[in-house]
Design a protein around this ligand. Structure first.
Ligand SMILES: O=C(O)C1=C[C@@H](OP(=O)(O)O)[C@@H](O)[C@H](O)C1
Ligand SMILES: C=C(OP(=O)(O)O)C(=O)O
Length: 426
């Protein structure tokens, strides 16, 4: 199905609980970290359990543009061979709407001797990158982004500098991860220090540090918001990538909504990614709490918000302001689309999202006989989370289902495999 997806997919709510074994794809976050670190290491690194999706394919393509050999022996492996240095590409690096690839490479290409342009698609060109550009400039790197969003032009001199760099990770933790991963390529030790009290999704910084250490970096935590990185470069290694925790939330959600039993082959507490924390809330369904702080599991919020519509009590999502600068403004998008299912289900209050729950939602919509054509805003997570609503509510149609290819190309095949009826439509 992934190869020729129709403009829209209608979902028929299954009459049975979803039961089966599903392996979620490899982690997007870890795959894109590992690809980059392998490209900065001299020698050959074998990455297994990797995600092959739009975001990782774009990262691999950008690395190839910079002289790195990236082979794909099978559907879940990359073999990366590098001289340990990135070469100047002849064309701009165009990274779609892959936040990880765009932010991580903006810092890493400062190690190139020459000019590199990092760009994305029309959506990425609306996602802020100014704080990262300012931080690079403070290290003496010539970096400019006239709009504060991609494209960014970086004119490096072959080194990442040295000394202290401060970064505000409030809008995106990816800025912090980007600086940390480039830091071992410095000409001297680099201290990366957080400014501001907030950093969305600290768990992603922990993922970064773990991956860096696997590739031989020497990182010392100076205090809660400061890391000292030695100029060791990286060492090629074989690296196993765990399944994607954000992808797992859809499976946990499908199981909870249908009273099913889906074996992911991996326990929730075995994940190192922050979104695995969502499982503890999903496990409480239909008695999820009245307030959920989404700050440390941001990509799971659309999943939890759709479940909340069927909960026994309304749920207020707090700590989610930077969902407004993801693939789309996810607070607005989730709200709009919940209200398309039944007016009044979603409300924005400042940067909080309120979901008015209704355990009888499915029956109510069935009586109305309405059809909800769900806009997906080029956002994989809006498509995947609202598909869960279609497991309960009749008349859910997901527009542009192909957008799931950003991180989970097999998503619709997976649902079909669990016995969900999907019908191609206009
Ligand atoms: O570092 C990462 O791999 C990610 C960090 C988060 O983004 P922000 O740091 O921009 O919040 C998350 O939403 C994104 O999907 C992946
Ligand atoms: C926010 C996301 O992606 P990114 O920032 O990597 O584009 C996501 O996958 O939900």
């Amino acid at each position: 199905m992934a190869k020729s997806l129709p403009p829209a997919l209608a979902i028929t709510p299954p009459t049975h609980p979803l039961v089966g074994r599903v392996s979620p794809p490899g982690s997007k976050s870890i795959t894109n970290r590992a690809l980059l670190l392998a490209a900065l290491a001299k020698g050959t690194s074998r990455l297994t359990g990797a995600l092959k999706s739009k975001d990782t394919v774009l990262m691999a393509a950008a690395l190839r543009q910079m002289g790195v050999t990236v082979e794909e022996p099978d559907a879940t492996s990359f073999v990366v061979t590098s001289s340990g240095r990135l070469q100047q590409p002849t064309e701009p690096l165009v990274l779609g709407n892959a936040g990880t690839a765009t932010r991580f490479l903006t810092a890493a290409v400062a190690t190139v001797d020459g000019e590199v342009i990092v760009d994305g698609d029309e959506d990425m060109r609306l996602r802020p990158i100014g704080p990262l550009v300012t931080a690079l400039r403070s290290l003496g790197i010539d970096a400019t982004s006239p709009t504060g969003c991609p494209p960014v032009t970086i004119r490096g001199n072959g080194s990442f500098g040295k000394g202290r760099v401060e970064i505000d990770g409030g809008l995106s933790s990816q800025y912090v991860s980007a600086l940390l991963m480039a830091a071992p390529m410095g000409e001297g030790a680099i201290e990366v220090a957080l400014t501001g009290s907030e950093i969305g999704a600290r768990g992603y910084v922990d993922l970064t540090l773990a991956a860096m250490r696997s590739f031989g970096a020497s990182v010392e935590q100076v205090d809660a918001g400061t890391w000292q990185i030695e100029p060791t470069g990286y060492t090629a290694t074989d690296f196993v990538i765990e399944p994607d925790a954000s992808a797992a939330t859809y499976l946990w959600g499908a199981e909870a909504l249908t009273g099913g039993n889906i074996d992911l082959g991996v326990a929730a507490d075995a994940f190192t990614q922050p979104d695995a924390a969502a499982q503890a809330f999903i496990a409480q369904f239909p008695n999820m709490p009245a307030v959920i702080d989404g700050s440390q599991m941001q990509d799971a919020v659309p999943t939890l918000a759709v479940l909340a519509a069927f909960n026994n009590q309304p749920v207020r999502f707090v700590g989610i302001a930077n969902l407004r600068v993801k693939e789309t403004d996810r607070i607005r998008a989730v709200c709009n689309e919940l209200n398309r299912i039944l007016p009044g289900l979603g409300t924005e209050e400042g940067d909080d999202l309120l979901v008015a729950s209704d355990p009888d939602l499915a029956a109510k919509v069935a009586v109305l006989g309405s059809v909800a054509r769900i806009e997906t805003y080029h956002d994989h997570r809006i498509a995947m989370s609202f598909a869960l609503a279609g497991l309960k509510v009749p008349g859910i149609v997901i527009l542009d289902p192909a957008c799931v290819g950003k991180t989970y190309p097999a998503y619709w095949d997976m649902l079909k495999g669990l016995g969900v009826e999907l019908t191609a439509t206009e």
